[in-house]
Design a protein around this ligand. Structure first.
Ligand code: SF4
Length: 318
């Protein structure tokens, strides 16, 4: 139910906004794995198109944060504040995706950026899905954490349930509330969100024990770094990050969601599908190009020309 709700909401957001939409990304700083946000949306910043030209993939954050710049190439080891192995793998990925280029001088590898890292990150919106408010799970802790940390500019709760005044009173005031129908794609704003102070220090709620909640302060600089990491993850990953099973009953909807004709609904392949399923009928998985779909339905570009100047760099040192 939650998966079906989530991908329907992602598709709706993709169709009705300019936002870049991704699912299931880490949304905490001090204890990164402790908060996974259901839907992360990025409002494009002024240089979004420049970002699309570099690569369709995530640019490794350590490459962006390193001392590798645009001008003179630097000796690779001097530019990273991490282990040599880790630095090597970051450089490899950054070269692969076209953000770095390398040169060799006297057998030593030098690196530089192929282009300036653009100012492409606008506001971030975090959406927590709780289709059935009668089964709130960890909702209270999640939303309190989001609001006190202030990593996202806006935090929204999306639900299929009818939202009562009692529900609203229990939620942190800044959290916006949407009622969303995954079948009709109708969205009603029950309560507008209040923008959070992302430029102020935040408080991350760690473990809650009886009579005590551990916290950690998070600086604006730490938040900015995490926001960029979320934006890069979102750009590389998107929301159609599932694989279609090799079952004859599986088809893709026009927007690329996995639909099962046996159960006549969208299913979560990772959870619902497999040879143990009562309707499983071995066959080819549907031929659908999810990247082409994402490209045609959003501002993400599947196959940009790239900005690498590698060829001229090689010529110069050959
Ligand atoms: S494995 Fe089951 S749930 Fe998945 S597509 Fe086939 S019939 Fe549907």
């Amino acid at each position: 139910m939650e998966f079906r709700f989530e991908v329907a909401l992602c598709s709706w957001l993709e169709a009705t906004t300019e936002w870049l939409v991704a699912r299931q990304l880490g949304g905490a700083v001090a204890s990164p794995g402790s908060r996974i946000v259901d839907v992360c949306c990025l409002e494009p910043g002024p240089e979004f198109d420049q970002r699309t030209r570099i690569t369709s993939q995530e640019i490794p954050s350590l490459a962006i944060e390193s001392d590798v710049g645009l001008g003179e190439a630097v000796f690779w080891r001097d530019a990273f504040d991490c282990s040599a192995d880790h630095a090597r793998s970051v450089i490899e990925r950054a070269v692969d995706c076209g953000f770095f280029e390398t040169e060799y001088r006297n057998g030593r590898q030098y690196v530089r950026q192929t282009t300036r890292y653009p100012d492409w990150i606008g506001r971030l919106v975090g959406i927590e899905n709780k289709p059935d408010l009668g089964r709130p799970g960890d909702l209270d802790r999640q939303l309190r954490l989001d609001v006190s940390l202030g990593l996202f500019d806006e935090v929204i709760l999306a639900t299929k349930s009818y939202v009562t005044r009692a529900h609203l009173n229990r939620l942190p005031e800044a959290v916006g509330v949407w009622r969303f129908d995954p079948d009709s794609g109708e969205r009603t704003v029950v309560r507008e969100s209040t923008p959070l102070s992302t430029a102020e220090p935040g408080v991350e709620l760690l473990e809650s024990k009886p009579l005590r909640t551990d916290i950690e302060f998070v600086t604006p600089a730490q938040k900015e770094e995490k926001q960029r990491r979320i934006a890069e993850r979102a750009y590389g990953k998107g929301w159609r990050n599932y694989e279609f099973p090799a079952c004859q009953r599986m088809t893709a909807t026009d927007d690329g969601r996995p639909h099962c004709s046996w159960f006549d609904c969208v299913v979560n392949p990772a959870v619902d599908c497999g040879s143990n399923c009562e309707g499983f009928e071995s066959g080819a998985s549907p031929a659908v190009d999810l990247e082409a779909l994402r490209d045609s339905r959003s501002r993400w570009v599947a196959d940009p020309e790239g900005v690498s100047r590698t060829q001229s760099g090689l010529d110069r040192f050959s």
